[in-house]
Design a protein around this ligand. Sequence first.
Ligand code: F6P
Length: 363
Amino acid sequence: MANDGTKIGILTGGGDCPGLNAVIRAVVKASHMRGWRAVGIRGGFEGLLEPMQYGFLDYRDLGPLLTQGGTILGTTNRGRFAAKTGRGGVSRIPQEILDAARAGFDRMGLTALVCVGGDGSLTIAQQLFEQGMPAVGVPKTIDNDLEATGITFGFDSAVRCATDALDRLHTTAESHERVMILEVMGRHAGWIAIAAGISGGGDVILIPEIPFSYERVVAKIQERESMGRRFTLVVAAEGARPQGGDLVVADASAQDREIRLGGVGGVVAREIERRTGKETRVCVLGHLQRGGGPTSFDRLLCTRFGAEAVNLIAEKRFGLMVALHGPDLAAVPITEAIGRLRTVPADGDLVRAGRALGISFGD
Ligand code: F6P
């Protein structure tokens, strides 16, 4: 179709995750089908500022983006746009940065902007929208902790990775009759831990939403021992913490971003060993959960999200985020997705299913 002068900008912000490239592909292809041009902005929102970093994207030159991990546009979760202060808290972007971003958008000659990101990036997108920039959002995060969508893309791929890890830890734990702890991502929400924990046959699942007691964790290990099950699989979200205790922080020094969590698995392992005398090992899955290509579920979701983001622009419905509600796509105000995190309900069906199977949440 002949180009009609419409130019769609797309950027990826925050931590990367599987499926970002699949969204880029969908946006670029769907734009092309409408006779629009797509412009990739590099380095997240930073690319809108001087020195501006951007270029036209032609899907015929892009290679196999559907399956490729990471983001060809690059991303960052720090810098001049840092808008997230933790647990959904929001800070205002300085007005001069918003003005400079608007100026960059105008100089690129863009018609609208697709912002792909989690609560931090969507918070920025909302503030740009309030400045009059026509923006739409696509919800991304392996943590799955965004409000207003049933699921974010990247989550399924991360759960697949964590479940594979548990399957592998299962056999070695059983062979050596050890306690094995798998530490997974999840700062404020335990979605990865609970989904992978249940899918991978975990015995103890520790999530931020349910502070645990070492007595209860040890009781589960001993209960299994008494049944002749001489190994135990523990899944711990990085944001899990003992009742009355603190988060385990890997690095609190950064000024322009959230503190870096990590290490709860090691802390729990030492305490289990001390209390039970049982050999306990830890595997920290870390960024393996964010790397690599998306699962087929995520490829489909990313493609639907990307195509729908272009539809919203065609309908001039800005300030909205594409979302999944049940089996269907929806469009919700970005404001509904930010400022509050979606955490695992402590009395929700996942926890109930886990408890029904005898899984301990350490409480
Ligand atoms: O928000 C997604 C997430 O994967 C969190 O679970 C984790 O705490 C954080 O990103 C790690 O980010 P970084 O890439 O800065 O280590």
